[in-house]
Write a protein that binds this ligand. Structure first.
Ligand code: AMP
Length: 188
């Protein structure tokens, strides 16, 4: 089964994806991680995207689509992908459907982690001291949240219409959320 984990920056998508990937032997496809790797390795793409990421904006759809197609087309990951951070706009949501279709796959469920802006600010400031991500300073974090509100959150309607959406209370503890997600996945 392929699933999408959805939510604003700091909602806990990465933490939960990691947990699910280990528990259910799935592959965590984090587009943010892929992009940070390009930057850290100083590749051509990395050079092109570092300023975009550090402004809290979205990297071009084409660049991200190429990255995810490499995973989707790899039979090793077939039907066991967790999309963490993709899609982030409506065009990406449609592109994801097309790509999955091309490789005879589909999305089984979309898990949305719901959290307040207050909690997000708190979590990002905690993460800042641990992970030292360049785009985790307060000003960029607020921009990333604005990008989410304006561009990413409308995608929820798309999945709601397709009857794929499950909303999870992301304010609960990590363990409680783990359990809730595990129960959902096990019941499918
Ligand atoms: P994340 O680690 O998911 O919070 O992503 C960090 C940053 O990478 C985002 O703020 C965007 O600039 C970029 N990014 C990650 N995923 C995508 C995507 N699907 N489309 C465009 N940009 C993305």
């Amino acid at each position: 089964m392929n699933l999408v984990i959805f939510g604003p920056p700091g909602a806990g998508k990465g933490t939960q994806s990691k947990y699910i990937s280990e528990k259910f032997d799935m592959y965590q496809l984090s587009t943010g991680e892929f992009l940070r790797k390009e930057i850290n390795e100083g590749t051509l793409i990395g050079k092109e995207i570092s300023s975009v990421i550090n402004e809290g904006a979205l990297v071009s759809d084409q660049i991200v689509s190429n990255l995810i197609e490499k995973v989707i087309s790899n039979t090793k990951y077939q039907n066991r992908i967790i999309f963490d951070g993709y899609p982030r706009n409506l065009a990406q949501a449609k592109n994801l459907d097309n790509l999955l279709n091309k490789y005879n796959q589909k999305i089984k469920i979309v898990l949305k982690l719901s959290v307040s802006l207050e909690t997000i600010k708190k979590r990002i400031s905690e993460r800042r001291s641990m992970e030292k991500r360049q785009d985790d300073n307060e000003a960029i974090a607020i921009k990333r949240y604005e990008t989410y509100e304006k561009t990413t959150s409308p995608v929820i309607e798309y999945y709601k219409k397709l009857n794929l959406l499950k909303v999870i209370d992301g304010e609960k503890t990590i363990d409680q959320i783990n359990k809730e997600i595990s129960d959902i996945i096990s019941s499918i």
